[in-house]
Design a protein around this ligand. Sequence first.
Ligand code: ZN
Ligand code: FE
Length: 256
Amino acid sequence: MAFEIVTVPCLSDNYAFLVRSDRTDETALVDVPEAGPVLAALDARGWRLTEVWLTHHHADHVQGLDAVRERWPEIAVTGAAADARRLPPLDRAVGDGDRFDFAGAAVQVLDVSGHTVGHVAYHLPAAHAVFTADSLMALGCGRLFEGTPPMMWESLQKIAGLPADTIVYSGHEYTAANARFALTIEPDNAALVARARAVEAARAAGRPTVPSSLAEELATNPFLRAGLPEVKTAISMAEAADAEVFAEIRARKDAF
Ligand code: ZN
Ligand code: FE
């Protein structure tokens, strides 16, 4: 079973993703920041859009849906049951731990509340892919508009527990700014220093830094690393609980 995943840049710094099964000729779209680039990416490949997986209710993740549906009226829309009142009408309402079938493969739903309450991620083990949008991001995590630090910390732990070779498809190109912040937390993390350089080079060349691998996030992302003794020591919180350290790092980023 083979899946092809295409990153579609949208708006100024959003990403949507197309997930195509070459076996069944079905294509899923993860989030809809805008219709134009998504429809163009489908047309360029001659792909047939069959479903949409929404991660959370923010406009920059859902607002292109109606225009996409004008072109592909049969699409089935999946999103969080817990947030159905704020999402477009759903054909499939899902929650934490649910699985559904896509082209003969299982998609596992993770509740990753924090940025919003009701934010979900979609894990497609057959493709070693997780679609995290504004929960875990490349070298960062989403701002906590609705949830609490302990809630986001717990959400990040679910993603951290996936296989390390999982590829993380997050929702925004924020990585360069995230790297500059991460270096204030762990200036001596050699993997982070190297990644920050690679991110600068990629952006200078106009290349996306999304997706990334979970292994590299575990090695460099300060929000995932808040439970590690070396990170706690680095910010003088050696005795603090993991979620408190996460909260402090998140607060520093908000003020960065
Ligand atoms: Zn958002
Ligand atoms: Fe967003």
